[in-house]
Design a binder for this molecule. Structure first.
Ligand code: NAD
Length: 507
């Protein structure tokens, strides 16, 4: 059993060696339904002994799993994918319950995670090495990809199912074993999904789950048996994970926070742009690392864009996502986060930005204790304001009006992050200039959110990513494998077979 019921609140267990077991922790933190503020589970704040038990189990499982033919490892993933498909709505409901996303958003996020499993099923061809015959006289050379050993995933709250799925399907088919430390705010979706991995026939100990915060993370980063760490979360922690992990000899990929720029050229189709911008800024209540949180209308684009945008966004319905209704937007993750977002809106007001839509005093029916902030738009914000510089990670869009595309590109150059950026235009020159010079790793041209699908890497730049090989796609396979080169000399002093008259006759 993944969760045990104590005093009417579920208590999360650890998955170690194929079994759900109790943590050694004495301290617990709460998991909330953000729609109501109710505690729905308690999660152990683990420490060194939980980490060691999980890592040792993963290490014990490693030799047999690494020796299991890659096609058999991929077949486990195929069965896992069928189970995910069959239970897709159930998983999405769990995501909604612990995170607060709308059901439609939750389903889309689970679908994105399933696509990584589809990619992982194809790993046997992508893991193939290279070879060259006769690279020197009578010498052949080849490379093979080998797994690393115990790999670790540390994940954020904002995509409870999808972000962990970016990591372990690839790591596992590459022959590694895995320890997942999901966000302590949303552990339940990962625990539900782990049951399907076991049902798919994954051997005991190949995939493990532990819970906790900084202490557990520090133990994972320093455990001698951990070979690689994948992290997704805020920038300060990403940098810390990268530095501590590298110092302890781990391979690290650490994706951080973001501030994503949306450039609107005067020639853009404003109705389509408003739709896309609204979805980008306010989808998932703005809690996306690829959320379009900073709009840069160029020239007179703002005159047409702003009234249409404010009118459309003000009609968005905000409400509980855990019932029968389907609002456009749900709550944010916690009471603290709600307070922080409202505080940043207060800062924007005091710094002099024009508050075109204010979500601070939103009242949601039947959700007096829920964590809600309404959609908020600041117009005429300036690059030096905190609402422009900081990642708010909530339903707040800041608009900085600029004169030219070059000015928009310059605002991007001053931004410490570098995840995504989008342009809306029909002007090929502007689109090309933007694509070529904008200071971010994921570029969209007339698309809402340019988050890559599983077959491509998630290529954040600057303070949005620490490491070399990114998460997902072929870079994911490179991250979770090490290459071995073999050079073979064949002692053969006979004359070349190509001089043989019979061979010549065949030419
Ligand atoms: P977070 O950094 O607070 O937490 C992420 C993980 O780190 C969690 O598992 C948490 O338990 C752990 N953690 C927290 N504090 C720690 C500490 N002091 N030391 C070690 N580990 C610690 O992030 P969050 O609030 O859960 O998620 C939101 C952030 O994640 C945003 O900044 C968002 O942009 C980012 N994010 C980035 C991407 C990306 O691909 N770049 C994707 C999703 C989310």
């Amino acid at each position: 059993m993944a969760v045990t019921q104590t005093n009417a609140v579920k208590q999360c267990d650890l998955l170690i060696g194929g079994k759900w077991v109790k943590s050694d922790a004495t301290e617990f933190s709460n998991v909330y339904n953000p729609n109501s503020g109710e505690v729905i589970a308690r999660v152990p704040v683990g420490g060194a002994s939980d980490v060691d038990r999980a890592v040792q189990a993963a290490q014990r499982a490693f030799p047999a799993w690494a020796d299991t033919p890659v096609v058999e490892r991929a077949r486990v993933m195929m069965r896992f994918k069928h189970l995910l498909d069959q239970n897709y709505e159930k998983i999405a409901r769990q995501v909604t319950l612990e995170h607060g996303k709308t059901f439609a958003e939750a389903k889309a996020s689970v679908q994105r995670g399933i696509e990584v499993v589809e990619f992982a099923i194809g790993i046997p061809s992508l893991m193939m090495g290279e070879c060259m015959e006769n690279i020197a006289t009578n010498v052949d050379c080849e490379t093979m990809r080998h797994p690393l050993g115990v790999c670790v995933g540390i994940t954020p709250f904002n995509f409870p199912a999808m972000v962990p799925l970016w990591m372990y399907p690839i790591a596992l088919v590459c022959g590694n074993t895995f320890v997942l430390k999901p966000s302590e705010k949303v552990p339940l979706s990962s625990m539900m999904i782990a049951e399907y991995l076991l049902e798919a026939g994954l051997p005991e100990g190949v995939f493990n789950i532990i819970h906790g915060g900084k202490q557990v993370v520090d133990e994972l980063l320093t455990h001698p048996l951990v070979k690689a760490v994948s992290f997704v979360g805020s920038t300060g922690i990403a940098k810390y994970i990268y530095e501590v992990g590298c110092r302890n000899g781990k391979r690290v990929q650490a994706a951080g926070g973001a501030k994503n720029h949306i450039i609107i050229m005067p020639d853009a189709d404003m109705d389509l742009t408003v739709q896309a911008l609204q979805a980008s800024a306010f989808g998932c209540a703005g809690e996306r690392c690829m959320a379009g949180s900073l709009a840069l209308p160029v020239g007179d684009a703002a005159e047409e864009l702003l009234p249409k945008l404010v009118e459309s966004v003000s009609k968005m319905s905000v409400g509980r996502t855990d019932g029968d209704t389907s609002p456009d937007m749900g709550p944010v993750i916690s009471a603290d986060h709600m307070k922080r977002i409202k505080g940043l809106i207060d800062d924007g007001v005091s710094e002099g930005a024009d508050l075109a839509l204010d979500g601070r005093n939103l009242q949601v029916k039947d959700a007096a204790n829920g964590f809600f902030v309404g959609p908020t738009i600041f117009d005429k914000a300036l690059p030096e304001m905190s609402i422009v510089k900081e990642e708010i990670f909530g339903p707040v869009l800041s608009v900085v009006r600029v004169k030219t595309i070059e000015d928009a590109i310059a605002v991007g150059r001053d931004c410490p992050y570098g995840n995504g950026a989008v342009i809306y235009t029909n002007d090929g020159r502007a689109a090309r200039q933007f694509k070529r010079y904008f200071n971010a790793g994921m570029i969209g041209i007339n698309v809402g959110v340019p988050a890559p699908m599983a077959w491509f890497p998630f290529t954040g730049w600057n303070a949005s990513f620490y490491g070399d090989l990114h998460i997902q796609g072929k870079e994911g396979i490179a991250f979770y494998t090490q290459q071995k080169m073999t050079m073979t000399r064949w002692f053969d002093n006979r004359p070349s077979q190509f001089q043989d008259p019979i061979w010549k006759g065949k030419q």
